[in-house]
Write a protein that binds this ligand. Structure first.
Ligand code: APR
Length: 233
């Protein structure tokens, strides 16, 4: 019988790596090829919106050729079969957790397949390409649509709900993240203060490794299903 009743899980790019989605800080990662200031900041978007739209259009097009992997599936199984509460918080903007079946899910950095209108604040599903010529389906203004993605310097989404869940959790599991970007990198400390058991599942020790009570290193498609099996066992 598992001794936990409220689990918060944080995922990062590493959980999607084996699906063929590039991570950010590997030696050949996204930020080794492009300066994040040009494509993942409000200033970059103001300077050259076409370049930013093309960056996200390429990543959005890429979604159709990748699929959820065994780690995504294991987290969806945990949500289905665990007797207590599971909240999945992802830094990822891909849709692989949803496609694997997870629904109690927060995209704290937004979603590739959504659009945000900077004029009226409405959000829209947006599976296709986006460019400066598109107008908002709600307010019909042109030139204000952007990917509904949280850029550096902007406030991640649903932070109050996330912090409230962490304050109540008895197990915090971080999967596939390098622990470089706050506020996500600070969640483990919040969980420790809340008295939760903290676990890091990653390919290698992250920046935050010293904050975790337990760690398992390996590929997500191997260590995450095994971890879930043990939790449900
Ligand atoms: N299995 C498990 N972990 C893996 C795997 C794998 N197959 N492949 C890579 N990893 C690990 C790496 O060791 C690394 O620690 O996943 C982590 C990926 O780290 P980053 O590339 O920094 O991605 P992430 O931590 O999600 O970045 C956080 O930074 O650029 C912003 O908004 C962006 O959400 C992103 C945030």
């Amino acid at each position: 019988m598992t001794r936990y009743s409220r689990i918060v899980i944080l995922t990062g790019a590493g959980i999607s790596a084996e699906s063929g989605v590039d991570t950010f800080r590997a030696k050949d990662g996204i930020w080794s090829k492009i300066d994040y200031r040009d494509v993942a900041t409000p200033q970059g978007f103001a300077r050259d919106p076409d370049r930013v739209h093309e960056f996200y259009n390429e990543r959005r097009r890429g979604l159709v050729s990748v699929s959820p992997n065994a780690a995504h599936a294991a987290l969806a199984r945990l949500e289905r079969e665990f007797a207590g509460n599971v909240l999945l918080v992802t830094q990822n903007i891909d849709d692989l957790h949803e496609r694997a079946g997870s629904s109690r899910l927060i995209h704290m950095h937004g979603e590739l397949v959504r659009a945000l209108c900077a004029n009226c604040g409405q959000r829209h599903d947006w599976p296709g390409d986006m460019d400066v010529g598109h107008s908002c389906p709600a307010c019909h203004s042109a030139g204000y649509l952007r990917p509904d993605v949280v850029w550096f310097g902007e406030m991640p989404y649903k932070m109050e709900r996330i912090s409230a869940a962490i304050a109540l959790c008895d197990l915090f599991v971080s999967i596939g993240t390098s622990g470089n970007v706050y506020p996500a990198a600070g969640f483990v400390e919040e969980a420790r203060i809340a008295g939760a058991h903290t676990v890091e599942l990653n390919l290698e020790p992250s920046e935050g490794r010293s904050h975790f009570a337990e760690a398992q290193y390996g590929r997500a498609t191997e260590i995450v299903p095994a971890f879930v099996e043990k939790l449900l066992g």
